[in-house]
Design a protein around this ligand. Sequence first.
Ligand SMILES: Nc1ncnc2c1ncn2[C@@H]1O[C@H](COP(=O)(O)OP(=O)(O)OP(=O)(O)O)[C@@H](O)[C@H]1O
Ligand SMILES: [Mg+2]
Length: 504
Amino acid sequence: MTNFSELNISESTLRSVKRMGFEEATPIQEGTIRFAIEGRDVLGQAQTGTGKTAAFGIPLIEKIDPKNPNIQALVIAPTRELAIQVSEELYKIGYDKRVKLLSVYGGQEIGRQIRALKNRPQIIVGTPGRIIDHINRRTLKLEDVQTLVLDEADEMLNMGFIDDINSILENVPAERQTLLFSATMPPAIRKIAETFMRDPEIVKIKAKELTVDNIDQYFVKSAEREKFDILSRLLNVHQPELAIIFGRTKRRVDELAQALSIRGYLAEGIHGDLSQAKRISVLRQFKENKIDILVATDVAARGLDISGVTHVYNFDIPQDPESYVHRIGRTGRAGKSGLAVTFVTPREMGYLRIVEETTKKRMTPLRPPTSDEALEGQQRLAVETLEGLIANNNLGDYRTFAAELLENHEAIDVVAAALRSLTKEPDDTPVTITEERPLPMRRERSSNNRGGGDRGRSNRSYGGRRDNARSGDRRNSRREGGRREGGRREGGQGRSRSPRRHED
Ligand SMILES: Nc1ncnc2c1ncn2[C@@H]1O[C@H](COP(=O)(O)OP(=O)(O)OP(=O)(O)O)[C@@H](O)[C@H]1O
Ligand SMILES: [Mg+2]
């Protein structure tokens, strides 16, 4: 591990990085920052959640000349959410240097952007379509751009932005530095590198697997129509602090989000058909923990960095392994642990094997919890809640009523009733989930070389218990509109929690 101070970074940026809580550079940062600061073109590949944003963000900020009021750097990101996220991170890195930046993306009123552009930002972060729009309107002057960044390059290709990128590049000086970052490196990215970059330094953080080790990966084989009930039970057993559920289509996302809400979970969906304001507000609620579950399509969640996502559920198995890597990469970020569960219908098992071959990691089969186990998960949560309240020793007047109850009833009945009132019992309210057609049949490949890195654990029945044991800092008061207040840490000390409610 390298300290940032060994990377030839200015004092002001060092201060910012320190303020952001970064102690040491991650491998991709260590590998790329030096070259990028020297002015070399860099192609960086590293697993999801390993700090690629700062890997280009730090050298980019370093290169900005504060006295030059022109646009000196252009960062292209595939989606609005990512453009916002990247610009927020760049803002933090450039804070001490007082770098001016602006993000431009579709859906935002263009007139406002044009006015903001007149404030002379030095860095532009934007989505391809809107950048081109501004180029055509001549509201974006790119003659002075010295650094060009393509973030999430693989996704931009998937989204068919190649022509847009080509035409943006025609408007950026040829004498420039190009930084390209991606979590996966399909051949098309290499081709881009050959076309757009000058003798790039290729920094590939070798990982045994494409996915990080701190994500436990499971799969559930299930008929399409049983998926939702299994999902609800899993949620009750796992009790995720923050979860993202991926669906294959927009309709799927809408239906899932609604069905989960009907069953009493704090869930919202995001996908490309929602207005930009709605998407941003849903994301904000999720980041602020006002909702527990984000239901999303691939595109809507790509690259999002939301700290504290503990669980990812692939309600539909993704069509290609790269999407799988990106999806589950929303958890297990910055060294934290995470859990991923992929639903797969029997016909789709071939896809699962292809994912495993690509990630070189086997998924552990997960037995769907029974409804009794799901109930037990909720009961355990109620027990923890009570224990937390007791540990807090803040029961004041309740003692009088407790004594009254105990005079008339058996102690065990009183406690059982208290637990029952705190337990979210299985909810069978009918919901509508339209059946999705399975992916086209794909024959399973031979499985004799399936990397068995995970084999030793495959007899574990399911992830719930284990996860229960480590989720000491999850919140307990969900879904109950504030009835739950206490909780217990793994080690037994209680601590208070503020009640939460669904704020719509
Ligand atoms: N050196 C560091 N020390 C601690 N945390 C860091 C460091 N660098 C980045 N982080 C944090 O790690 C998280 C993940 O970083 P980032 O979003 O840049 O990952 P990424 O590699 O771009 O992932 P993805 O492939 O999913 O886009 C962020 O919250 C970021 O602030
Ligand atoms: Mg990223």
